[in-house]
Every structure is written in structure tokens, then in C-alpha cells.
Design a binder for this molecule. Structure first.
Ligand code: ZN
Ligand code: ZN
Length: 142
């Protein structure tokens, strides 16, 4: 499937429409993501903020990520489903869990990061880019 992408939380109180293609789709094995994902990696699609439309109320929680960036996780206050995240490293982007997007989105990770924190049973597709930590953020293209 191609844009627009749609998504909804488990209870349906929060929905999203995303009208552009993702800038990146990544799997993250950092310890914080293992907590958020319930044990394995999170799988996240990063979109341009200008392409994102949200309906419904969001609750949020902020922390400093392993990369040193200030992260804000936004979730549905009634069902707790993760909706999206923002990071001080990329203020003009929003990151969505692939699981939040509606079935049939067809997106898959092309990069795996923070493998240094992955459990020893983690299996990563050898066909995708693998990084022990977070690769440096390239300068913005103008
Ligand atoms: Zn919900
Ligand atoms: Zn992570």
C-alpha cells in the first residue's frame, strides 16, 4: 500500500491519517524500547510532521533516550496504545509504531539499531542495515 496511511488505537478514540511516505522504517532494540514493546524491539515508521493528522486526545510521557535525545511518547489515555513519538533530534518528524497503522500498510523495517542492548535471543534479518547503537543523524537536506 502507499500513502495515505491510516491508523487507530485499540479502543478507537485516537486515529491518524498520514498523507506522505515514511522517511525511514526502523527497528529499535534499546532497553527503553524493549520496555515499551513488551520485551522485543519496537518497529517504527518516521513521517514528516506536516503529513500527520491526528484526531482524539493524546496523553504523553517524556524521557531522555539512550541517544541523549529528549523523547516524548504519546499514547491513547483510555487504552494506553502507543500512537506516536517525537524526539529533539528530529523536531519536524513524528514516529509511529507499525502496529498502530491499519492492516495492509505494507511497511517493513530497513534498519535495526541499538543491537548492543538486544537480548541474546534476538534475531535480525541479515538483509537490513544493522547498527550497535544509533547511527548519526545526517544534516537536514535543503
Ligand atoms: Zn485508545
Ligand atoms: Zn529504542
Amino acid at each position: 500500500m502507499a500513502a495515505p496511511y491510516t491508523g487507530r488505537c485499540v479502543c478507537g478514540a485516537v486515529t491518524a491519517t498520514i498523507k506522505g511516505e515514511p522517511l525511514a522504517v526502523a527497528q529499535c532494540w534499546c532497553r527503553q524500547c524493549q520496555k515499551l514493546a513488551g520485551g522485543a524491539a519496537t518497529v517504527n515508521a518516521r513521517f514528516d510532521l506536516g503529513d500527520v493528522e491526528i484526531t482524539g486526545e493524546l496523553a504523553s510521557y517524556g524521557y531522555t533516550a539512550a541517544s541523549g535525545n529528549a523523547y516524548t511518547q504519546m499514547f491513547c489515555p483510555s487504552c494506553g496504545n502507543p500512537v506516536m513519538a517525537k524526539t529533539s533530534g528530529r523536531p519536524n518528524a513524528r514516529t509511529f509504531r507499525l502496529g498502530f497503522l491499519d492492516e495492509g500498510h505494507g511497511l517493513k523495517p530497513t534498519i535495526s539499531i541499538w543491537l548492543s542492548e538486544a537480548p541474546d535471543w534476538a534475531v535480525v534479518d541479515p538483509a537490513i542495515d544493522q547498527h550497535q547503537e544509533q547511527p548519526p543523524i545526517p544534516p537536514p537536506a535543503d
